[in-house]
Each structure stands twice: as structure tokens, then as C-alpha cells.
Write a protein that binds this ligand. Sequence first.
Ligand SMILES: C[S@@+](CC[C@H](N)C(=O)[O-])C[C@H]1O[C@@H](n2cnc3c(N)ncnc32)[C@H](O)[C@@H]1O
Length: 256
Amino acid sequence: MREKLVSAFFRIWYWYVSTADKNSEVIFMNYGYSKDGHRINLDAKDEANRYSAQLYDHVATGVDVKGKSILEIGCGRGGGLSYINRYLSPKSVTGLDLCDKAIDFCSKYYSKEGIAFLQGNAESLAFQDHTFDVVINIESSHRYSRIDKFLSEVYRVLRPGGFFLFSDFRHKNELEELNNKLEAANLKFIKAEMISTSVVEALKLSSSEREYLIKKLAPRFLHRLGKQFAATEGTPTFNKFATNEYEYFFYILVAG
Ligand SMILES: C[S@@+](CC[C@H](N)C(=O)[O-])C[C@H]1O[C@@H](n2cnc3c(N)ncnc32)[C@H](O)[C@@H]1O
């Protein structure tokens, strides 16, 4: 029951962000990545989203995506897919998200970038078998109700030998079960990296910007909840990452 309420809250929150963000300031919705202060090269217009873009860069450069067809499941407001498209030279990029408002936003905002966006559910994908070379999924899966269905769909739409670049967080006690489900779905581990320390570093560096956006976009009564959701420094969510109660993982898996 509590899980259902939390999932409903998350859905409303994503919808709310899409409604309130009139100036298109929120194009990423992840916790970010910063390792020992290293800064990737970014165009000036991407600087405001540095840490979120760095998470995408870390994940998407896990394999060589140049010339590959990529599907991102849970693309949110598309900032990450646009980053991959502009910086990493894939053959084609497709973004899918449950939130129709986010997809409407993406279709308009990135209309000149040649990215295909569609509304859909991670647990039932409207693509033929073996369509993509790479599937990416970042900070989206933790609320899927049927993770086993999602994983079998990822396997189905990947070409044999295709890569699944998978990054998200879980309570430390849930990781073993997730890993077993990945194996059961025929997705084989190439690399498993825990990146919580780098996510915490990014959260520290971006907390004031996150708080600024929450105050700007949300009414006062939602500020506390918004900060908790955005894991700004000092919130219970932030502390769970800082103490490794939550683990943020990055997995590279291969289909087959
Ligand atoms: C925290 S946001 C991350 C978005 C994006 N990956 C990023 O890093 O900016 C999670 C996204 O997952 C989407 N999502 C949640 N459940 C989904 C599902 N069952 N199928 C597809 N997308 C889903 C949400 O609508 C939301 O846009």
C-alpha cells in the first residue's frame, strides 16, 4: 500500500515538474556524477546541467556508442539523450517515457535534433525484437512495479550481443535480488560499479542550485518534499546515499 502511494507521488511529481517548468530549466532529473572534481568538456549552454550530464557521460561512454542505435527508457525531459546525441555520435537515438507531458516537452524542445520520442511503459515496449544496439536506463527503474517484465523487454529489444547500460539506486539489501533478476533475464554482467561516492559529491556541488529551482518552481508547502526528492544536502535521502544505505550502481550488461 505504501509503495503504491509513493509510486503515485513520484508520477505526480514528474507530471508537476513538466507543468511548472515554463522556462525549460529542468531538462535532467537525476542526482548527477562528479568524481574527484573532474570536469568533462561541455559547451557553455550545457554548463548549468554539468553534474547530470556527467552522469550520462559516465554511463554512455561505458561502451563505444558511436554509430550505434540507442534506446533510452525513462528519458524524462530528454537532456541526457540530447547530450548523447550531440557529443557521442550515435547512429540514432530514441527516448521513451511513461509521462506524456515529458514526451510532449521533448518532442518540441529537441525538434531540431533528430531524436525520436515516444510515450510508453518500460514494462511493455512497442518495438520489434532485436531493434537496438544499446539500451540505456538511468535513475528510472526504482519505481517500476514489474522489474522482471522490464528486464525481459530490454533483452527482447536488444540485438544479440547488444549492451544494456543500467544505472540507478537501491537500498543495499535489494541489490542481490536485482542482480539475480538480471541474470535470469539473460543479461550478463560485464561490469558492476558502485558510484554512490561520486553521486554524493555531485549532490553536494549542486545542492544550492537544486534548492533554488525548487523554491522557484514549487509552492512553499512543497519545498520540504521537493528538497527530499532532489536529495539536497542534509535531507534524509541525501544521508542515505552518504552512509551507503542506498547504493547507486552502474552496470554494463550484454544480451545473450
Ligand atoms: C528521475 S527521472 C530520470 C529521467 C532521466 N533518466 C534523467 O536522468 O534525467 C525518472 C523518469 O522515469 C520515468 N518512468 C517512471 N516509470 C516509468 C515506466 N514504467 N516506464 C517508462 N518511464 C518511466 C518517469 O516518468 C521519469 O521521467
